[in-house]
Design a protein around this ligand. Structure first.
Ligand SMILES: [Zn+2]
Length: 254
């Protein structure tokens, strides 16, 4: 539970599909937005193959899902949503995608980035992690470090007014025992559920309320909180924001 009450200033969330952020970290985002944190979402795809209806084209599906994502973000108070429009179902952790993510990092200049765990292939006995999740997570991690902070890598981005930027912390979504930092989302779990419900094309008749509460309660087990989201946090001390180097270490476990 180290640093679980750390409050960043600028947070970027990098995800593969519309609804990934709502499943993984929306409770944390809602908590941070309430604390005045600036948040930006980067969606690598627009979920264009995520509607299994032959009457709906991929282009229409993308439009529907981008609108749902914008609505879901608004539920939490997030208005900065960027769609990279990589093809859904075909995301690869290429140098090109790394560069696109470096561009966004250098533009928004987050102190904290949230992304998936590229090492998660299985979760339990009933799920194989989506290849887009793995590829996006790998591209994100590789963009965050060391690429975004290297001034002579992707130097051509300087022509867009973008210079190197190294984030301070990376919150990697933890699916199981790998979590080291647990954010108390007891006060924001209703917002998380409401944000998920904005993805109508994905929820269909399923009410996410019970499932989300069950998963968040599992994460919180034994941690003096009712509901939690779990992360593994990487901290680059040399990129610590100047004024915060002393206060962050002395915060309690909240
Ligand atoms: Zn997904």
């Amino acid at each position: 539970m180290i640093n679980q009450s750390y409050i960043p200033k600028r947070v970027m969330v990098i995800a593969a599909h519309p609804d990934d952020i709502e499943f993984s970290c929306a409770g944390t985002i809602a908590r941070w937005v309430k604390a005045g944190v600036e948040v930006c979402y980067i969606l690598c795809t627009s979920g264009d193959v995520g509607i299994a209806d032959p009457a709906i084209t991929k282009e229409e599906a993308a439009r529907i899902r981008e609108a749902e994502q914008i609505e879901a973000a608004a539920v939490l108070g997030v208005s900065n949503v960027v769609f990279l429009r990589e093809p859904d179902g075909m995301v690869e952790a290429t140098i090109q995608l790394r560069k696109r993510l470096v561009r966004e990092i250098r533009k928004f200049r987050p102190d904290t980035v949230i992304c998936g765990d590229p090492q998660v292939l299985w979760a339990g006995d009933g799920y194989i992690n989506h290849p887009d999740h793995r590829a996006t997570a790998l591209a994100a991690v590789d963009a965050i470090f060391p690429a975004a902070g290297q001034p002579t890598l992707f130097k051509e981005l300087e022509a867009e007014g973008l210079t190197a930027h190294k984030p301070y912390k990376v919150y990697i979504e933890a699916w199981d025992e790998k979590g080291t930092t647990f954010i108390n989302i007891s006060e924001t779990i209703d917002l998380k559920i409401a944000a998920l419900k904005a993805h109508k094309s994905q929820m269909k008749d399923w009410d996410p309320s019970d499932g989300v509460r069950k998963w968040a309660a599992e994460r919180a087990k034994g941690k003096e909180m009712e509901y939690a989201e779990a992360f593994r946090v990487v901290t680059f001390e040399d990129a610590a924001p100047k004024a915060e180097t002393t206060s962050a270490a002395s915060e309690g476990t909240g």
